[in-house]
Structures are given as C-alpha cells and as structure tokens.
Design a protein. Structure first.
Length: 267
C-alpha cells in the first residue's frame, strides 16, 4: 500500500511531463510513443523474465493492454474537446471509484465494509478538488466517462492475472500493446509531425520511462500484494498530488474548497 502511494505521486508527475510534451507534438502520437517506449524499456531490462512465457499466458494480457489503449484513446479525445479540465479530471478519477462496484456486480468480488465507508469521502473530496467551476454537461464528458469505465475494468482484470505472472512481463506486454494500437490510430488520424524538438523529446522520455515504465511496474507489483478494492481507494490520491504539483510547477493557486477536497481524500 505504501508502494501504491508512491505510484500516485509518480502518476501525478506524469501529468506535468505530459502537459509539457503535448506543447510540441500531436496528442495521440505522444501517448503512443509514451506507452510503446515504456513497454520496450521494460522488455530490454527484464528479457530473462520472458523466457518460458507461453502464448496462452500472453493473450489475456494483450486483451488488457487493448482495454488500456481504449481508455487512453477516450481520454485524449475528451481532453482535446473539453473546456473544463477540472470536470474532466473528476469524471476520469471516478474510474478507481467504479472498481469495487464492477468487481462486485460483474466479477462477484466482495469488498470489505471499510471500502464502502471510504469511497463517499473520496468522491466528495474529488468533487471539491475538481468542480470549482461547476458541472456543465458537454460531449467530452462522455469520453471521460468511457475512460473511467475502461480503467475500472482494466484494474479488475489485472487483479486476476497478477498472481500467476511476473509483474515486469505483464507490464511490458500491456504497455506495448496499448502503444502499438494508439500508434495505428495516430497514423490514421494525425499523421507524423515534420520534427520534434529536443526539449519535447526529453519530456516524452520522462513520461515514458518514469511516469509509465516505473509507475506501472510498481503498480502491478503492489497490486499483486493488496486487494484491488484497497488499490482503488489509494489511487484517489493521484489528483491530490497533481493539484499540488500544478501549484509548484505552473504557479497555479488552490482555493479553500480544493484544499478541503484534498483533506477529505487523505482522510
């Protein structure tokens, strides 16, 4: 659970890295490169762990990677269309809130009572953190909702394969699958840019190696040692760290309501 808290800090750093990288390249291409480089890096680091891996073991992980790719596709489209990032962040973060619901009603898992007590505080905290300008419906919200549902399914599916497979192998295959699928969509929709600056490429590598390879490897490793419902509550810390980092990096300000929301999520 302490590792998962570290994961939320790294994931929040990913928002900063991504925002800097998106200033100089198409969004779908960026995410495709981020996930493919992240997966390839883990493959190079842990080649010995791939020995003896059977195709029958790989197929379900490719399916989970496809769900991750779909989630990121929804997220990018929503991000491109939205006029209120706070509302989008709130809806997207509901993905971890949906985890125990989908786990119980779709997969038959039973979450402990402490989860059902904790989640309302997290949801109210997320609302205070992200909905400072109110909730005005727009089409992008449906894409963010699609992201949230895909993330919840992904985390539930992962909890069923983490026990039997090395975390590094699982993470590498999953990230590479998402990256390849997103790259195909990028070629169809965006095409390739004429050039990418060195600064932007640096942010891409930071996003790929730190916020993707390291983050997801630690997440897979930690989720193999704790119930998925516990992970769902802890992962609500990501937008808190993101808000704090935005204050530090982009000189943004936090309102009293946002501070109260952060406190509720910590609680």
């Amino acid at each position: 659970e302490l590792i998962l808290i570290l994961v939320t800090v790294i994931a929040a750093c990913g928002w900063i890295f991504s925002k800097e990288a998106l200033a100089g390249m198409p969004p779908l291409l960026f995410i495709a490169m981020r996930f493919f480089i992240g997966g390839a890096a883990l493959l190079l680091i842990g080649k010995k762990y791939f020995r003896g891996v059977k195709w029958s073991d790989v197929k379900p992980i490719i399916a989970i990677g496809s769900v991750m790719g779909l989630a990121m596709l929804f997220w990018v489209i929503g991000l491109k269309q939205t006029t209120n990032l706070g509302v989008g962040a709130f809806i997207t973060c509901l993905g971890v809130v949906f985890v125990p619901f989908i786990g119980q009603f779709v997969f038959g898992d039973r979450a402990p009572m402490s989860i059902w007590v904790s989640l309302p505080f997290a949801v109210v905290g997320l609302a205070f953190l992200a909905l400072g300008n109110g909730l005005n419906f727009e089409s992008s919200h449906l894409y963010f909702l699609g992201t949230a549902i895909c993330v919840a399914f992904q985390l539930n599916l992962l909890s069923r394969f983490l026990v039997s497979m090395n975390a590094l192998v699982l993470t590498s295959i999953q990230l590479s699958t998402a990256g390849i699928l997103l790259f195909i969509v990028s070629l169809l929709v965006e095409g390739l840019p004429q050039s990418i600056s060195i600064d932007v490429m640096g942010w891409v590598l930071a996003s790929a190696l730190i916020a993707t390879s390291l983050r997801y490897f630690l997440q897979m490793y930690a989720m193999g040692m704790t119930p998925v419902s516990h992970s769902a509550v802890i992962m609500n810390l990501e937008p808190v760290w993101a808000a704090i980092l935005a204050v530090i990096w982009f000189n943004e300000t936090m309102t009293l309501g946002q501070t109260f929301g952060c406190s509720l999520i910590f609680l």
